[in-house]
Design a protein around this ligand. Structure first.
Ligand code: ZN
Ligand code: ZN
Length: 329
């Protein structure tokens, strides 16, 4: 794929939509998958970007004028709104699903249109830069609810990229103890340790299994798999305690690995996959408003004209990169 920055007309908000002036837009592994052309749903060309903050500058319907001037974040998932999946709050399973930044133009632009019903207003004191992280935090909260994480439980996180470290901050905020973070990039392991992981491990080659054998007090009740590498799923099943829970948050379309499913049966594990933010925006806004340390994960900031450099650093995972954010205005 090729990424280009181009001048375009400011889009017109349709009925029920808002025009948002974007303040910050960060990008994650999903955007890199989109760039590589290996994503579960996309249509090119498309403006990427689904993690953002901004201000409503126009509304498509006169009834929605009260939104103009509000500082907002929003949900990327645009379901049909009336099928059983949408009615049950599982918009990501809608047959008619469109996603901002994947199948509909997203937030890596100065202006974006979005359905008003996808918007969430921000409290006055939440800075726009931190607010751009509401969406990934909502993804993390959705995952932690899916495995019913409780205070005092021990958690392992596989993959210390943007979503892994966001899961870590959210798990700690809920009172869980992050006993180990496994990650191949040394700089990211350092960040995980600084943010309070009791131990860190290299990924692959039995490093995690070896660590847990040597230090059984680290064995987790819950493993959050955030790398998306199939081999890490195998590690997750092996690492978790018997009767424990595993949540598959990361994924890489088309990748496979050999594994022994009997591990899950013999240990009577619960395995859960989650996709998207699950509508957890209000909770994520509250946590960021309460001062959850999410901004340290924004290691790099760029103007949009430096998109190529930003993309390169993210693809190489170089320069201590966890998350990059574009400053739009
Ligand atoms: Zn994302
Ligand atoms: Zn639907």
């Amino acid at each position: 794929m090729q990424a280009v920055v181009q001048d375009r007309e400011i889009p017109d908000p349709g009925p029920g939509e808002a025009l948002v002036k974007i303040a910050y837009s960060s990008f994650c592994g999903s955007d890199l998958s989109l760039f590589r052309g290996v994503w579960h749903g996309f249509s090119y060309p498309v403006v990427p970007g689904h993690e953002w903050s901004g201000e409503v500058v126009a509304a498509g319907s006169p009834d929605d004028r009260e939104w103009v001037g509000r500082r907002v974040v929003g949900d990327l998932t645009c379901g049909c709104g009336h099928c059983p999946a949408c009615a049950g709050g599982e918009q990501v399973l809608c047959d008619d699903l469109r996603e901002l930044g994947f199948t509909r133009d997203g937030s890596c632009a100065e202006y974006m249109t979005i359905p008003i019903r996808n918007l969430f207003a921000l409290p006055e004191h939440v800075p726009m830069r931190a607010a751009s992280q509401v969406e990934p935090l909502a993804v993390a909260l959705h995952a932690l609810s899916a495995v019913d994480l409780r205070a005092g439980e021990r958690v392992a996180i596989l993959g210390a990229g943007g979503i892994g470290l966001t899961l870590m901050q959210a798990a700690k905020a809920l009172g869980a103890e992050v006993t180990v973070v496994s990650e191949p990039v040394a700089e990211r392991r350092e960040i995980a340790a600084e943010l309070g992981a009791a131990a860190v491990s290299d990924a692959g080659d039995g490093a995690l299994a070896g660590l847990l054998e040597a230090r059984p007090e680290l064995v987790p009740d819950v493993v959050l798999e955030a790398s998306g590498y199939p081999v890490a799923v195998r590690e997750a099943l092996e690492a978790v305690r018997p009767g424990g829970r595993v949540c598959l948050v990361g994924y890489r379309v088309g990748r496979t690995a050999e594994m022994a499913p009997s591990v899950a049966t013999i240990k009577a594990l619960t395995i859960r996959g989650v996709l998207g933010p699950g509508g957890r925006f209000a909770d994520a806004i509250d946590m960021i408003a309460d001062g959850l340390p999410i901004v340290p994960l924004l290691t790099h900031e760029f103007p949009l004209r430096d998109a190529e450099k930003a993309l390169q650093i993210a693809l190489e995972r170089s320069d201590g990169n966890v998350r990059s954010v574009f400053r739009m205005s």
